[in-house]
Write a protein that binds this ligand. Structure first.
Ligand code: FEO
Length: 171
């Protein structure tokens, strides 16, 4: 595998594990504030991010490469209102999208069609991630100031269940 493509994918394992850690910190915030549904949503999001790391890990192993795991950064955001984590999530997902695009660009440059095909799933996934993050911001903006509406929103997020991502389910 091309060295640059390898390094970007290996680093992406770390970025996805950091995402899991970040979302767990969001879940902690909501749980401590009494919004169990939002906490549930972000704990499932954390599990999905761990899965994303495993998908990249499997891809490197399937291609005969070794993994170099690095230290995971500390999530350092302090939140003062319920909107805070939602906006941070939207910003973070756009950052992750940019990283996936950079891997794709590096793979395209060396005509690594296998890697480009592998990344297609992540490109679709990032669109979903950004859409969901934006939707949560919109709903909080519209309904967050009304206690009953916020209660209903929290219940909606309490119903989210974990689903194994297809690249892992089919691995
Ligand atoms: Fe693994 Fe939320 O992107």
């Amino acid at each position: 595998m091309d060295k640059k493509v390898y390094e970007l994918i290996n680093d992406q394992i770390n970025a996805e594990l950091y995402s899991a850690y970040l979302y767990m910190s969001f879940a902690d915030y909501y749980e401590e504030e009494g919004l169990q549904g939002y906490a549930n949503y972000y704990m499932i999001q954390a599990a999905e991010e761990r899965d994303h790391a495993l998908i990249f890990r499997n891809y490197l192993h399937d291609n005969g490469e070794k993994i170099k795991l690095g230290a995971i950064g500390q999530p350092d955001k302090e939140f003062t209102d319920f909107m805070g984590p939602l906006e941070a999530a939207g910003e973070h997902e756009r950052y992750i999208t940019a990283r996936i695009n950079a891997i794709y660009a590096a793979a395209a440059e060396v005509k690594d069609y296998r890697c480009m095909k592998f990344l297609d799933w992540f490109i679709d996934e990032q669109m979903e991630e950004e859409t969901h993050a934006d939707d949560m911001i919109t709903k909080m903006r519209l309904f967050g100031s009304d206690a009953k509406a916020l209660y209903d929103l929290d219940r909606e997020y309490a119903s989210r269940v974990y689903v194994t991502p297809s690249p892992l389910a089919n691995a």
